[in-house]
Design a protein around this ligand. Sequence first.
Ligand code: SF4
Length: 338
Amino acid sequence: MSKPSEKNQATAGAAKPTPVKKATAAKKTAAKKTAVTKKATAATKKAAATNKAAPAKQAAATKQAAPAKKATAPAKTKTKAKAKPESHASLVRRARRINRELAEVYSYAHPELDFENPFELLVATVLSAQTTDLRVNQTTPRLFAAYPTPEDLAAANPEEVEELIRPTGFFRAKTKSIMGLAAALRDNHGGEVPGRIEDLVKLPGVGRKTAFVVLGNAFGVPGITVDTHFGRLVRRWKWTEETDPVKVEAAIADLFPKSEWTMLSHRVIFHGRRICHSRKPACGACPIAGLCPSYGEGETDPEKAKKLLKYEMGGLPGQRLKPPPDYPGKAAPPLGAA
Ligand code: SF4
């Protein structure tokens, strides 16, 4: 996650569908009906098959989308064209296809912080810097029970707040941030969280990432959340080579309609946390392996890769103590529980 203070830091054209396509469609339908682990496994098998056939499929897709001149070009020219950088239109198609696949796999994607209102989401997001959402979710129930409103938190004894949020790490700096933002909400916004990015980023400890999380999930304003997972995955997928979060955000915003931004962010982050890990991506168990230019960067053996899966994908509890009703995994345990 970010530093303690973010401020510091086609098949329509085919006259005769082939049996293979029918089989793939049937597989997809079957996969939808199964439980999440089975779904991931089925999708992985499909992806593995797709991966073998990827060059041919991609070439076919390029032919369909390319102008007639290119589609009828001789083999030699086609080979040469393959070496060219991917066109923007082709990148958009590929990126949107990955997003569609992720939407099937993570139909239940959601923010992984527990919250009841915009104030709780704002505070929880600030606390999530340099720690897991799980640890924040295990910490905030006591904090919000003691200080349910900005007014309450702004008037708190800092030492008591420090003690309550200690499990999230950097508790002194975080206490300053959340008490500072609570005071700013009380003094400048009538005790309410503002719904505009310009106002949110002026609050202590609130940067663009935190602001977009709040806007997207508490106000329904589309936003792209570039955290460590999102940045890593979009570079693995060659959606962008940028490393600066603001530039990543702009590059990805250019590939998708605004209406997709918030859910795209959740899906990508879900995938990064469960399958496409930083050090050991589970390529052999990845449902979008056939679409990924970085396939093979991690473990490709299906059995070994399966052991790397996390949260509901690995049959383990999730990060939220109060997950949404459609979450297929188990709720996280409270702090200190076995
Ligand atoms: S790097 Fe591996 S795990 Fe990550 S998206 Fe690509 S195939 Fe999947």
